[in-house]
Write a protein that binds this ligand. Structure first.
Ligand code: ATP
Ligand code: MG
Length: 575
């Protein structure tokens, strides 16, 4: 397995050189094929599709496929269909359909009038199954699951014909109609294609086309009790929608001969071409709906949109921007080999976007009180603070300053080493956008814990500027006014798993869940401007990281930490 890594060094160079090395490579092998098809006149317009099965929420892996399919449609001025591949009523649900639509839109794509469901083609698919039976290319089989498996052979051994393979066309037509009418129990019979039980590709050994499932379907209700399977549905749906390039992940490479067999043996209205690319894998997470569903059902997370989940709804709630995800998908490109991408690369794309686009505010997560003893008791000053150090268009805001403030507990140290440029008795620091402040005395409770710092300010340093005597300080820290601060809960997230590749470790992947992936801080103090933060709004809390107001607990003020300012994760782990 090849690993796309981003180490600290690479990150630095990427920060310095943001465009040239990181622009999406827009001529991958798929786009090259498309160029050729346009040049040769094979196609004059390009049509792609994104075909999720509505059996779970979309994850970051789906984003790769969405960006590829919708991206190509945009670049070539074609169209991309959103098609729900809803052929398994046992696992599918309207809730998933709704969430998938919301997520595709949120990522910034529009299927316009091209919304489709495979279930819309059930009548057509049934007719085509009958067509195959008539042509002697499909038959009803009574073998049970185990026998069918035994008859199938293996990679080294040819399969054996089922004893039911020689049924007459007449008998097959009658039995298939009876299957459709609900005359048989689930599992009693299947419809299979008659291809070749000795074919070197196991998918070509008389694959199943239809199975009996007496289940309610979220769209067709109880109309059907037989359902076509994926292989029999996908290519035909592509053909019906005039898809030109059907892009799927590498595990379908072995299914391509079957895809083509259906296209060749049915009177389909167009000839789509299947092309495979490598799926996205990310370190420190699992990307599979089945596993994500397990985490939800076992309540290892609070739901599909838990901010620790690699789902698009979880990432949205965490504070990810659609732009950062699209940019990441462009960066990783499209290849034919399976690789695992370092999650740090995703976080790098995120930070890059948040750094440019998040207003700065001050928030204290673990407060300790500061009293400015020489500041008048009742005075309040509105200090003017820049909302973005690199972009004046963000403007400024007023932050109230008064005699009692809060600072971060770890911005104070009692026996500080020489190079500790924050608060310590006898040392002076700059309070961002306010004053130079010197710590004079420490107040402790009966357990010896520091509960208050008594300090003095220098009125000559208003705005945090150097005083006329030219005195300088090395450190600048953030603060909030004790009287004006608003209370909030802040949730600090860490990676959901403790190992790079939970899927390839011994035992169940859930053994590697990170017990410290969520810390809830309930005593946080925020500057008052955050009173108006709307759910989903993103900020940089100065010196701490990027935070997003939670879009769920809207009756309280809850912020989710999206990412810290820098990637210190590797370092922490190595300690
Ligand atoms: P999962 O493995 O998570 O269950 P899936 O492939 O079964 O995913 P679908 O709903 O069938 O999920 O996927 C819709 C589309 O998204 C398919 O074309 C699929 O190939 C693509 N896709 C799914 N996972 C990834 C991934 N990790 N990277 C790239 N594309 C993906
Ligand atoms: Mg699938």
């Amino acid at each position: 397995m090849i690993r796309l890594a981003l180490d600290q060094g690479a990150q630095l160079s990427m920060n310095q050189e943001t465009t040239s090395t990181t622009e999406p490579n827009n001529k991958d092998f798929i786009r090259e094929i498309i160029d050729q098809d346009l040049e040769s006149g094979k196609h004059s317009a390009i049509v792609t599709r994104f075909p999720p099965e509505p059996n779970g929420y979309l994850h970051i892996g789906h984003a790769k496929s969405i960006c590829l399919n919708f991206g190509i449609a945009e670049e070539y001025k074609g169209r991309c269909h959103l098609r729900f591949d809803d052929t398994n009523p046992a696992k599918e649900d309207q809730e998933y359909v709704d969430s998938i639509k919301e997520d595709v839109r949120w990522l910034g794509f529009d299927w316009k009038e091209n919304l489709h469901f495979s279930s819309d083609y059930f009548d057509q698919l049934y007719d085509w199954a009958v067509h195959l039976i008539r042509e002697g290319k499909a038959y009803v089989d009574d073998l049970n699951v185990e026998d069918m498996r035994a008859y199938r052979g293996s990679l080294t051994e040819a399969g054996k014909d089922s004893p039911f393979r020689t049924r007459s066309v007449e008998e097959n037509l009658n039995l298939f109609a009876a299957m459709k009418n609900g005359d048989f129990d689930e599992g009693a019979k299947v419809l299979r294609a008659k291809i070749d039980m000795a074919h070197p590709n196991l998918n070509m050994r008389d694959p199943v086309l239809y199975r009996i499932l007496k289940k309610h379907h979220h769209r067709t209700g109880n109309t059907w009790c037989i359902y076509p399977n994926y292989d029999f549905t996908h290519g035909e749906s592509d053909a019906l929608e005039h898809i030109t390039h059907s892009l799927c992940t590498l595990e379908f490479e072995n299914h391509r001969p079957l895809y083509e067999w259906f296209i060749d043996n049915l009177p389909v209205p167009s000839q789509p071409r299947q092309i495979e690319f490598a799926r996205l894998n990310l370190t420190y997470t699992v990307i599979s709906k089945r596993k994500l569903l397990q985490l939800v059902e076992d309540q290892q997370v609070s739901g599909w949109d838990d901010p620790r989940m690699p789902t698009l709804s979880g990432m949205r709630r965490r504070g990810y921007t659609p732009e950062s995800i699209r940019h990441f998908c462009g960066r990783i490109g499209i290849t034919k080999f399976n690789a695992t991408t370092d999650v740090a690369l995703l976080e790098h794309s995120l930070r890059e976007d948040l750094n440019l686009n998040s207003p700065r505010v001050m928030a204290v997560l673990d407060p300790i009180k500061v009293v400015i003893t020489n500041y008048p008791e009742d005075q309040v000053e509105e200090m003017e603070a820049a909302n973005h150090p690199g972009d004046e268009s963000f403007g400024t805001r007023k932050v109230p300053f008064c005699r009692e403030l809060y600072i971060e507990r770890d911005d104070f140290m009692e026996d500080a080493p020489r190079k500790f440029f924050r608060m310590s008795v006898g040392r002076e620091v700059r309070f961002r956008a306010a004053y130079f402040i010197k710590c004079e005395e420490v107040v402790k409770d009966e357990h010896g814990e520091v509960i208050e710092l008594r300090c003095t300010y220098d009125p000559e340093t208003r705005g945090g500027n150097n005083p006329p005597d030219g005195r300088k300080v090395k450190g600048t820290i953030h603060w909030v006014s004790a009287r004006h601060a608003i209370d909030a809960e802040v949730r600090i997230y860490d990676r959901l798993f403790t190992v790079e590749n939970p899927d390839s470790e011994e035992g169940d992947f859930t053994n590697y869940l990170n017990p410290d992936s969520l810390k809830i801080l309930t005593k946080c103090k925020l500057e008052p401007s955050l009173t108006t933060a709307a759910p989903g709004d993103r900020f940089q809390f100065e010196r701490l990281g990027y935070f997003c107001r939670d879009n769920k607990n809207t009756d309280q003020l809850v912020f989710n930490r999206t990412v810290p300012l820098r990637d210190s994760w590797g370092k922490q782990q190595r300690k």
